[in-house]
Every structure is written in C-alpha cells, then in structure tokens.
Design a protein around this ligand. Structure first.
Ligand SMILES: [Zn+2]
Length: 295
C-alpha cells in the first residue's frame, strides 16, 4: 500500500526535519498570535480585521512589516512607536509569545500534520480571543461564537473521537460523533441558560451574560457534553478562586460584572488538551480516576 501524503509528512516530521518543524510551529503560532491581537482589538469596535493594515493606535501611522514582527518588534523598538514614541502594552508581545509556545506544545504532542493539532490550536485561538475580549469589554462577540460552533461541529465530523456507541450502528462513526457534538452544544446552552434563569429568580440579577451562554455552545460543540461539563465545573472553580478575593477586596458596593467567559476559555482549552491526551493514550489512569465513564 502506498503511504498517504499525511503519513509521508508525519514521517519527515518525526525524522529528518523534527527540529525544523518545532521551530516552524512556534513561528506560525506567534504569527497567528499577531493576527489574534488584531481580532481582539478590532472586532469589539466593529472594525474590519483585514483592512486597513496594522497601524499605531495613537498616531495612526501604518506599521512597516519589519516593525510588525511578532514578539521581536516589541523588543527591537523598546516597546515604543517608531513614529510618535507612544508606548505599547507588552501584552501584545506576550500574547504572541504565549501563542507560539502553545503551537509548539501542540506540535510536540500531536504532530503538525494532524487534525488533533488543527482542532486544538483553533479552539485555543478562539478561546484566546474570548479571554481578552471578555476581559476588556465584558462581551463575547456573536460572530466569534457562531464561527466556533460551526468549526466545532465540523471537527467532530471530520475527526470523530467520542460519541454514543449505540448510534454508530445506524449513523456511522462520523454521524454519531456529529450528533454527540450537537448534544454538547445543547447541554452547554441548557446548563448556562438554567443558571441564568435561576439567578434571575433568586437574586433578580443576570448571573450569566448572553455571550457566556452562546460561548457554552461553542465549548460543547468542540468538547462534547462530558468534557464540556468538566470544563464548566473548572470555570466555576477558577471564577470562585479569582472572584472571592476580588469581592473581599472591594470596598465600595459596586457591582462590576466578572468576565466569566475569560474563565470558561481557560478551562475549555485545558480540558480539550486533557481529553486529547486521554484519547491518545497519555494520562489514561489519571483521567479514568476522575472520569469513571466509558468513553
Ligand atoms: Zn505612533
């Protein structure tokens, strides 16, 4: 049998060009991070993410490509605009670096030419946008959620991992996996929507934003109902860890909304990675300990 293109590329990746692929994964990640910075900045303002090209946010001078290199430009320019001297937040460079590291990690774990890699970095990219947009603006754009739900469903079809075994007979593996993913989205929405309803009845206050409820559909579509449920619990845990000290520290009676989507994003990426590691045979004992369920 002749090997497929994927197999040939994976063979190269594990052999002669292993080091090169790792470096390439990092560079690709930092370039994606650079694009995500644009998304995070522009989408909440309702601006195009394609045009115009990146410019200084203070003086509006378009940036030459060599002043727009991920991570490097921040340091070569000393964190200041070349034209007007106003300083940039180190957050942009930090995000690019972190994104590069995540791509590198995913490549090491799953291999570059795999759907597991693609799915993991795409969910990561979506979650990174939600993390910062919710932190900055307390919103999660509908477009991002919708795109994410569609991608989650597409991946579950293209790359079936877990599903309902009794459905596989009639729908096939891909069909059953797609249904599982739809169930995940519905469970996500139902779970957060009921919290919202209970919150309205008990404390007469919106406990969850509408964006959080839709983001839960995205997470459910990517992770399926079981892993999504664990990720929701994880986000409550994170939320409590950060919100309780914040509430205690606050002197006034202000009611700042807590950007819950930020916590959901962190938890979703974590559980996606854990889920994949389990499917691929790592962490098996650990996971069967916390999740005694037939996967
Ligand atoms: Zn400037």
């Amino acid at each position: 049998m002749t090997p497929s293109v994927f197999e040939v590329l994976t063979g190269l990746e594990q052999g002669p060009v292993a080091g090169l692929m790792s470096v390439f994964a990092f560079i690709l990640g930092s370039l994606v991070g650079s694009f995500l910075n644009v998304v995070i900045y522009r989408v909440p303002l309702g601006r195009s993410i394609v045009l115009p090209p990146s410019a200084c946010t203070t003086c509006n001078t378009p940036l030459k490509w060599y002043y727009n290199l991920p991570v490097l430009s921040y340091f070569s320019l000393g964190g200041k605009c070349r034209y007007c001297g106003s300083s940039y937040s180190i957050r942009y460079a930090a995000l690019e670096f972190f994104c590069g590291c995540f791509f590198y990690f995913s490549q090491q774990q799953f291999g570059f030419f795999s759907l597991a890699f693609l799915k993991t970095v795409i969910l990561f990219s979506l979650c990174l946008c939600v993390f910062f947009i919710d932190l900055d603006h307390w919103i999660i754009p509908d477009g991002l959620n919708l795109l994410g739900v569609l991608l989650g469903l597409a991946f579950s079809f293209a790359h079936p991992l877990s599903s309902l075994p009794w459905l596989e007979g009639s729908l096939g593996m891909r069909g059953a996996s797609l249904v599982w993913s739809v169930v995940g989205a519905v469970v996500g929405v139902g779970f957060f929507w009921s919290i919202q309803v209970v919150g309205l009845i008990l404390v007469k206050q919106e406990a969850m934003g509408g964006g959080d409820v839709k983001f839960a559909a995205l997470i459910g579509a990517f992770l399926g109902p079981v892993a999504a449920f664990w990720s929701f619990l994880g986000s409550f845990f994170l939320g409590a860890m950060f919100a309780v000290p914040l509430l205690l520290l606050r002197r006034g009676g202000g009611k700042d909304p807590i950007p819950f989507g930020t916590f959901m994003a962190v938890s979703a990426v974590f559980f996606q990675v854990v889920d994949y590691c389990v499917v691929m045979g790592y962490l098996d004992e650990f996971y069967s300990f916390i999740l005694p369920m037939d996967y």
